[in-house]
Design a protein around this ligand. Sequence first.
Ligand code: ADP
Length: 554
Amino acid sequence: MTPRIFRNSLLVGLTAVVLSVALFLGALYEYDEGQVYAQLAAAADYVARGVEQGGLSYLEGLDAGSRITWVAQDGTILYDSAADPAGMENHSGRTEIAEAMETGRGQSAHFSSTLLQKTLYSAKRLPDGSVVRVSANKSTITTLLLGMLQPVAWIVLLVLALSGLLASRLARRITKPINELDLDHPQRCRIYPELAPLTDRLALQSRTIRRQMDELSARQREFAAITESMSEGFLLLDSRRAVLASNRRAVQLAFSAAQPPARLEAVNCRAEVCACVDAALAGAHGARSFADDGCSYQVIANPVVADGQVTGAAVLIMDVTEREQRESLRREFSANVSHELKTPLTSISGFAELMKDGLVPPEKVPEFAGDIHAEAQRLISLIDDIIRLSALDEDAPGFEPESVDLHALAAEVLERLRPAAAGQGVTLRLQGAPLTVRGVRQILEEMVFNLCDNAIKYNVPDGSVTVSLRRPATGGACLEVADTGVGIPYAHQSRVFERFYRVDKSHSRQLGGTGLGLSIVKHAAQYHGARLELQSTPSKGTSIAVLFPESTVL
Ligand code: ADP
C-alpha cells in the first residue's frame, strides 16, 4: 500500500508543480506581451504625430529601434524602415492595418516560420486615412521555455526530490495508523473519519468472526469432551489418512506416540488399525482384534461417505477384555458343569447297571440304593447351585429388594444349620446387634447359608463358628463369618471364589460340596454392591467378611 500512496503522492506533487510552473510562465508571457503592445501603441501614437507634422521626411530622419511602416489608405506601402517599400506587397489585408483603418487602432502578432520568433504589430490611423505601424520582435513561449530549460530542469529535479521525500513521509504517515489498526476493535481507531464506514464494517465482521469462532470452539470442546470421556479409542481420518480427530485412548492404543500424529503414517501405527483403515478407505467395513498389555481390543473401521465418495474413515478401538473373559469363563463353566454332572451320573449309572445285571447281593441292595440316592442328591444340589448362579448372573430378575435384618437372618440360618454343626461337634455363635440393610432376602440368605455351611464343613471337631454383625468405622455394615477350621492354604486363597474351584476336590465332594458355594457368595455380595474380605490361616481358621456400602444400610 505504501509504495502506491508514495507513487500517487509524488505524481500529484509533480503534476501540481509542473502545472503551476506552466501556468505561471503562461501568465507571465501574456503579461509581458501586453506590456510590449502598450509600448508599441505609445510608439505608434508618437510616430503618427510626427508623420502628421513632418510627413515622409520625419520618418526618414527618425532613428527608431523598432521597425516602422507607413501604409497608404489603399494599402500600398509609403515607407518601411526595414525594407524597400517598392518590393512590398499591398498591406490592406493585414489584420492590424485593416483593424486600424476601421477602428483607428489595430494590433496583431505574426509568428516566424520557425515558430521561435514572434512579431507584434501596433497600428494607428492618421487623419488622412493612412496608417502608421510599429512592430517589435519578441521571443515565443517555446523560445522562452527553451531558454529557461536549465533552471526549469533544476527546479523540477529539486521539486522531484522534495516531493519524493514528502511523498514517502506522507505515505508512511497515512499507512501507519492503518497498519496499526486493531482488528479486534477497529472502531477504537478514528484517525480518519473517511475510514469510519470501513472500520464499522470491520468491527461488524470481527464480531461475526468472533461469535463464529466461539461457537466453533464450544463445539470443538464439546466434541473433545465427548470423545475424551469415551472408554473406546476414536479416530477420524480423511481420504489421505490425515488425522482429523482423535482421543487420548486411540493415541495410546493405535500409535507409539504421546501426541496425535498429523498423518497415520507419521508414526508407527498398529498394523491392525492400518489394515482396518485401508479396508474402510476402500469402502468396506474393517474389523481386527489385537492384544495389548494383557487386554484384548477390537478395531472397527467404517468408511465416511459423502456424495457417494469415500471421504475418510471412522475408527473405533474397543476394550473387549471383559467380554472375552466372560466368554472364556462361560466356556470353562460349561465344560466344568458337564464334568461335574457326569461324575455322579456315571456313578448312578454304574450302580444301576450292577443291580440290573443281578451282580449286587440282596443284602447289599439298600447300600447301593443309598449310594444312588446320595449321588442323585449331589446332582440335585449341583443343579440347584447352577440355577442360583445363573439367576445371579442375569442380575436376578424378579427379585424384590426389601429391608432385611441381617441379625435375624443369620439367627435363622444358624438355626437351620444347628443339627449339622452338632453332628460335627461345632459350636455356633451369633454376635452383634440387629442391623438392617436393603437387599434381596433370598440372595442374602443363600450367601449367609453358604458361608456358615462352609465354616461348619471345613471345621474341626470342637471347633466353633461365629457370625458377627457390626457397623465399621468407615461406614456401611459388616457381616463376618469366622471359624476355627482347617483354613485355606495361602496359594488357594485368591481362587476359592472361582466357579468349581476347590482346594481339595475329593474332600469337598465327600462333604457334599459343589465348588459353587463361594462363587454364589461372591455374586450375591456383588449384587448388593458389597465387598468381600477373606482372611485365612491354614490349620487355624478362616474369616470371610461381607462389607455392605453405607447406601444399603437402613
Ligand atoms: P465347596 O462346595 O467345595 O465348599 P465353595 O465354593 O464353597 O465350594 O468353596 C471352595 C473351596 O474353598 C472349598 O472347596 C474349600 O476348600 C475352601 N473353603 C471354603 N470355605 C472354607 C472355610 N471356611 N474353611 C476352609 N476352607 C474353605
